[in-house]
Write a protein that binds this ligand. Structure first.
Ligand code: NAP
Ligand code: G4F
Length: 342
């Protein structure tokens, strides 16, 4: 019998990579997509077939803000594994829509766990919760499973709720439920408003057109960036263990946003020079300003330094990333150049 997986957040970056991984592992994959006025399935269009034909990949409408829709889908699909990747996942935006972020990103998790319980499926279903390094916030690196949470955004706070409600349901009701605490991971599928993708897209367009301008916020925030393809494998590995546990997944390396710009410029062969400080800092290429600072991209409270200690996952899950920041940036640039040219 094929295993059945249900993915909340299937249309996002990780949802797309995870679906492809599970299909390769011979799962039947069901994904939940939100109703949207424009198409939101671009990342999975290549694996979605006409549902009237025989396929192992199905999409259903649903929404994490709607308990009954969550419950009915789980009852209908009867999955062996549920991956909760659904979230309002943008940290900056969470300051603009904190209540909505809490509803989806915190209570959405509770709705899934409660549905499993209500349906008495706690013995059948394994549950993965997409936790984040944003939960560490102001805590100093390196951050591990033992580091104190000190979130610095409504998004981070919502994820801390999800983390603890997952542990509580595991302990109270014996649900096989794991928290992955994943550090930043990127790919050509990354949403356009996250900083790596924004830099790659902006600089590739400027490079091809010979001019243009990119506006950014804090260039000195430090992040531990990995590749989404490596990170979804860790999610799956967590659910294959005998005992449910929580794991940090990270590269262990840390770079500034400015250094990421440097990597992209180097690969594109663009020689840039920096002038000015603070809000007046700017980058020049061929004597023209191509990067300026715009304070709208600063957050009211920032997470300045993230670097994960993933030794537990490397030992117990035998997980190791295949990519590094250079191969990641290179792949993102190649895909972006292809996209712009076509
Ligand atoms: P993403 O690209 O923003 O995808 C988020 C997914 O959640 C999308 O499919 C989105 O649907 C869906 N979603 C949003 N609101 C929903 C709702 N009300 N009901 C149902 N689905 C909803 O995020 P990602 O980068 O793939 O990340 C996956 C998960 O890991 C998220 O929970 C994120 O918070 C967490 N995480 C990400 C990182 C990272 O660096 N990427 C690190 C740690 C944790 P639409 O396509 O319709 O918007
Ligand atoms: O790319 P970012 O928006 O990612 P952030 O805030 O670290 O959050 C991402 O990673 C988390 C894991 O730690 C996930 F949980 C979360 O869902 C999301 O995927 O910003 C990275 C850094 C920040 O310090 C930000 O202030 O880049 C800085 N930055 C500078 N200029 C910018 C910009 N961020 C964005 N989005 N846009 C800018 O123009």
């Amino acid at each position: 019998m094929k295993k059945i997986a249900l993915i909340f957040g299937v249309t996002g970056q990780d949802g797309a990579y995870l679906s492809k991984l599970l299909l390769k592992k011979n799962y039947v994959v069901h994904g939940i997509k939100r109703r949207s006025s424009s198409l939101n399935t671009q990342r999975i269009d290549d694996i979605y077939l006409d549902p009237h034909k025989k396929t192992n990949f199905y999409l259903h409408y649903g929404d994490l803000t709607n308990s009954l829709s969550v419950l009915k889908i789980i009852e209908k699909i009867k999955p062996n594994e549920i991956y909760n990747l659904g979230a309002q996942s943008h940290v900056g935006v969470s300051f603009d829509v904190p209540e909505y972020t809490a509803n989806v990103t915190a209570l959405g998790t509770l709705r899934i766990l409660d549905a499993i319980l209500t349906l008495k499926m706690q013995k059948k279903i394994k549950f993965y919760q997409a936790g984040t390094s944003e939960m560490f916030g102001a805590s100093k690196p390196p951050q591990s499973e033992k580091t104190l949470f000190y979130p610095r955004s409504p998004y981070g706070v919502a994820k801390v709720y999800s983390h603890w409600i997952t542990i509580n349901y595991r302990e109270a009701y014996n649900i096989f439920a794991c928290n992955g605490i994943l550090f930043n991971h990127e790919s050509p599928f990354r949403g356009e408003t996250f900083v790596t993708k924004k830099i790659v897209t902006g600089l590739c367009e400027i490079f091809l057109k010979g001019s243009g301008k990119l506006y950014l916020g804090n260039l000195y925030a430090k992040r531990d960036w990995g590749h989404a393809e490596d990170y979804v494998l860790a999610m799956w590995k967590m659910l294959q263990k005998k005992k449910p546990m929580d794991y940090v997944i990270s590269s262990g390396k840390q770079y500034t946003v400015k250094y990421f710009i440097h990597i992209v410029c180097k690969k594109l062969g663009m020689k840039i020079t920096w002038k000015g400080k603070g809000l007046n800092e700017r980058a020049y290429w061929k004597n023209k300003i191509i990067i300026s600072i715009d304070k709208r991209y600063f957050r009211p409270t920032e997470v300045t330094s993230l670097r994960g200690d993933s030794r537990k996952a490397r030992k117990e899950l035998k997980w190791k990333p295949r990519h590094n920041i250079y191969s990641l940036a290179s792949e993102m640039i190649d895909e972006e150049l292809k996209r712009i040219k076509t």
